[in-house]
Ligand binder design. Structure first.
Ligand SMILES: [Fe+2]
Ligand SMILES: [Fe+2]
Length: 326
């Protein structure tokens, strides 16, 4: 099947009545599990009414945060930028689902929920004074301006494979960054735990959405998944020092290729990839190649782990160029 008829088929599946019904059910499940929304100002007071204790609270926050290790700060910066990439993600989703369906409604709901993640983390970083904030803002501006146009952006199926993996990856990364910060800063741990809980619910939505896609078009869905699963890039890939940020998270055990391998194994299990039957030759080949991905990731993870045994010195503008070794 050529690319344009393949994509036309993908649009047909995603915009069809059957998929719209599935998305309606998944959205209702998502809203019933949400357990009440939270907002940044519930963690960090921002209202008009100032009470005398506010100054003391702010001082205590800065004092606790001043003890955060540099590698935790760097991880927080990367996690904030991942969240602040939201304009890119909203656009990618809107490009493949439009707005006149349940998936269009989901994109708006999901965007509103995700927007709080960037808000609360940025508010925290600003109030706690953990960065050279102007440097942080300049780097964020450049990163948003650089855009994010991955080669798979025009493929509706690939976009949803990507979001499934990305949600789980961010859940792990926020959760682990929070755990690492918790000894110094319990409030940050609390915030990151809330964000990670949202990511877990988003992951559950996309995971089951794509399972339904595979049920409806197993061959097309597996061919698309096979192109995304081996490796996912985050929008920050355009940043000149992005590789160093990623390496800090890997060396700190916050997010590693081994974690990614576990993410891939989890989605393959849930989607029942290895047991799908009656596939056409293209689908069968994709199934075989997908099932071999975890082993390839394992080998790559071992190679990286050997390399990480030697300590390395890092320096980042967002923490005033201070050096640290990890
Ligand atoms: Fe998020
Ligand atoms: Fe999310």
């Amino acid at each position: 099947m050529n690319t344009s008829s393949r994509y036309a088929r993908q649009f047909e599946v995603l915009r069809g009545k059957a998929m719209d019904d599935v998305v309606g059910v998944l959205m209702r499940r998502h809203e019933s599990r949400r357990g009440g929304l939270w907002y940044s100002s519930q963690f960090l007071p921002a209202g008009e009414v100032v009470v005398p204790e506010d100054d003391e609270t702010a001082r205590d926050l800065r004092k606790r945060a001043s003890t955060l290790p540099d590698w935790v700060r760097v991880s927080i910066a990367l996690n904030i930028w991942t969240e602040e990439g939201l304009p890119h993600f909203h656009r990618l989703l809107a490009g493949v689902v439009g707005y006149d369906s349940n998936l269009g409604k989901w994109n708006n709901l999901w965007t509103a929920e995700e927007d709080r993640h960037g808000n609360v983390l940025r508010d925290y970083a600003r109030a706690a004074r953990i960065f050279d904030f102007l440097s942080f803002e300049i780097q964020q501006f450049e990163y948003i301006r650089a855009g994010f146009n991955p080669p798979w952006a025009a493929s509706p199926f690939k976009v949803f494979v990507y979001t499934t993996l990305q949600e789980k990856a961010t859940q792990i990364s926020h959760g682990r960054t929070g755990a690492a910060a918790g000894r110094h800063e319990p409030l940050l741990e609390q915030i990151l735990r809330k964000v990670a809980e949202d990511e877990a619910r988003h992951y559950a939505f996309y995971l089951d959405l794509y399972k339904a896609v595979i049920d409806q078009d197993p061959n097309g869905a597996l061919v698309a998944a096979n192109e995304i699963l081996p490796h996912i890039d985050m929008p920050g890939v355009s940043m000149p020092d992005f590789g160093d940020y990623v390496e800090v998270e890997a060396r700190a055990g916050i997010y590693t290729l081994r974690n990614y391998k576990a993410v891939v194994e989890g989605v393959l299990r849930h989607w029942g990839v290895s047991t799908r039957q009656n596939l056409d030759p293209e689908g069968t080949l994709a199934q075989e190649e997908i099932c071999a991905i975890p082993e390839r990731l394992e080998k790559a993870a071992q190679r990286i782990e050997r390399r990480l045994l030697n300590k390395k010195t890092f320096s980042f503008r967002v923490i005033h160029g201070r050096e640290f070794t990890l």
